[in-house]
Write a protein of this length. Sequence first.
Length: 73
Amino acid sequence: MVLYYPRHSQTNEVWQYIDLFKKKDDFPKLELPSWPTLRDVLPTAILITKLDPNQLTAYNRLYAEYKDDLRVH
């Protein structure tokens, strides 16, 4: 028996979610991405005004990645 694994499903790493031979309980559980916090950039930060420009850029990058992950999820 020859199985056809679509090229895009392997490239995009989604085959693990659509494999017809897996039992329902064997599929990975989808989890929402975690919201980035200021403390991911500066552990002592409470307000966004405490971040310097480089830290603010890093926080904005984390937030953009979060939004992308959320859209995909």
